[in-house]
Design a protein around this ligand. Sequence first.
Ligand code: CTP
Length: 129
Amino acid sequence: MKTIITFGTYDLLHVGHIRLLSRARELGDRLVVGVSSDALNFSKKNKYPEFSQQERMEIISMIKGVDQVFLEESLELKGAYLKEYGADILVMGDDWEGKFDHLNSICQVVYLPRTPSISTTAIIEKTRG
Ligand code: CTP
């Protein structure tokens, strides 16, 4: 049984999110997703996501191939989360390339290419603009 773990905000769900989750799931047998908390987003970006952490977790938990969802409350706890959920592979989008290599002592770290030309930020700008 190979466990895959990945993290993200997943606000205003789009096809880039779905493709990343689907490709992550293909690397193993069980996919665990850490959904970043509202407070963590506020501390990083000085604004809250459009959808609350409860709503974002509810949406992600209903996606085919997602086996477990939890709330990511701190960036510093990545290593602890990997151990807690028994991750064999950490999957991140390649916008994070190299940034999580230090976690290789806990599990394999894989960066997958992002889907081009789409992001939550771009959707917000387009719909507001
Ligand atoms: N992702 C992806 N392709 C995209 C957008 C996101 O593969 N076009 C992946 C990210 O690499 C990450 C996961 O989806 O592994 C969650 O990304 P998140 O940061 O929540 O989404 P973004 O659309 O990048 O949001 P933002 O614009 O707020 O940064």
